[in-house]
Design a protein around this ligand. Structure first.
Ligand code: ZN
Length: 303
């Protein structure tokens, strides 16, 4: 029996508020279904931020890119455009808050190219330190830096290690892409692929196809110039410029959406697993606290 059949004609006004309430609840439900809680930090209201940070189980992503030349055919912001696409997709699948655009990493080796923004090493560290501290102050006890830029590969582990320099009540994790490739990946057609080449160009064909200028690919060479001959044991900062002064390393001409879609799907799935692992991790924070306590009194640490 439906509700309407229970209403006497003389009581016809009485059920209206109840119905209105039911309609409102239904409408709110519909609205919620249509507008899920955003994952982008900047799109949340302050009130929704409280809901979001709980829903994220205090896990916040910091997608990290750079402004640097990407051959003759890709935009300066390629790394962040790519990695934010991955991070946003992953966070929608496994809810986490995603910090706004962050471009402030290590890129001294591209200072000779137009459009590069290369802050001092001290500012990079200070800005990152204060950014994660501010995120943590806002409930992000677990900050997961999602790196999209090869030039950050020394900076970020160093930054993570530097977290042990002083006590804090949050953990910084660094994600730098999948460690293995799932089976079924389309075969690469280029043997050398470091920067703005087949893989990265294919990736941007998924994240921002409108910004890929394939017609400009032939304008420069991404070949290894091999201008420096040193034993493999030796590292020097000019190595990249010695090999790839055009900020193009590889050959983008065989780039294709099939490869880009495969890699994006694999990386999103991998990052989802990592977000889940970070949510489940109860050990790192506990060990950090123990470590900071002991570090106050190193002479009392049992030998
Ligand atoms: Zn790049």
């Amino acid at each position: 029996m439906c509700e309407d059949q229970l209403i006497e004609p003389s009581m016809s006004l009485a059920p209206v508020p109840a119905r209105a309430a039911a309609l409102l609840i239904a409408a709110a439900g519909l609205l919620a279904a249509q507008s899920p809680l955003p994952v982008k930090w900047e799109e949340l209201t302050a009130g929704d931020f409280l809901i979001g940070v709980e829903k994220a189980q205090h896990v916040c992503l910091l997608p990290f890119g750079i402004l640097e030349k990407h051959g003759p055919h890709l935009p300066l912001g390629t790394d962040l455009l790519d990695i934010r696409y991955i991070a946003l997709q992953a966070a929608q699948s496994e809810y986490a808050l995603v910090f706004p655009e962050y471009y402030f990493g290590q890129i001294f080796e591209a200072r000779h190219e137009p459009g590069t923004i290369a802050y001092s090493a001290r500012l990079q560290m200070d800005l990152l330190e204060e950014t994660v501290a501010e995120m943590a102050r806002n409930g992000c006890q677990k900050v997961l830096i999602v790196n999209g830029h090869g030039g950050n590969q020394h900076l970020l582990p160093f930054f993570a290690q530097s977290q042990l320099a002083s006590p804090r009540d949050y953990v910084v994790y660094v994600y730098d892409g999948p460690k293995s490739v799932p089976p079924g990946r389309p075969a690469l057609k280029t043997p050398l692929d470091y920067h703005a080449g087949e893989v990265e160009t294919s990736g941007l064909m998924i994240a921002r196809p409108d910004l890929v200028h394939m017609d400009r690919v032939p304008a420069e060479s991404g070949a290894d110039l091999k201008r420096l001959s040193l034993p493999g044991e030796l590292y020097t900062g000019i190595w990249w410029y010695a090999r790839f002064p055009n900020h193009y390393a590889g050959d983008a001409s065989p780039a294709n959406q099939e490869l880009g879609a495969f890699d994006a799907k694999a990386e999103i799935a991998d990052l989802v697993q990592c977000i889940r692992a970070v949510k489940a991790d109860q050990t790192s924070l506990k060990l950090q606290r123990e470590f900071f306590e002991k570090a106050k009194q190193p002479l009392e640490t049992k030998q």
